[in-house]
Design a protein around this ligand. Structure first.
Ligand code: FES
Length: 93
């Protein structure tokens, strides 16, 4: 799974650095470094929202305070469903 956090100027002012640091900590705490790639990006063209975050191909808008809840409620279930889908594909028929 790829998580890309916008570090453009508008998102920077809304706390993107703090979002990145929180995501890094959450990924490390759960030992998910091999499963989640965290990246930065310049402006994603969504400046009117909060900090723009792209999880695979879906955009989200976060604040630093939302980050842990977002990780638990959105990222972890998405990751689990990806794993399930991969496991389903390689099961013998
Ligand atoms: S600066 Fe983040 S979407 Fe524009």
């Amino acid at each position: 799974m790829n998580i890309t956090v916008c570090i453009g100027s508008s998102c920077h002012l809304k706390g993107s650095r703090n979002v990145v640091e929180r995501l890094e900590r959450l990924i490390l705490e759960r030992d998910l470094k091999n499963e989640i790639e965290l990246r930065g990006s310049f402006c994603m063209g969504q400046c009117q929202t909060g900090v723009s975050v792209l999880v695979d191909d879906t955009y989200y808008s976060l604040t630093p305070e939302d980050t842990e809840r977002f990780f638990i409620q959105t990222v972890l279930p998405k990751l689990a469903s990806t794993k399930h889908a991969i496991g389903t594909q390689i099961e013998p028929v």
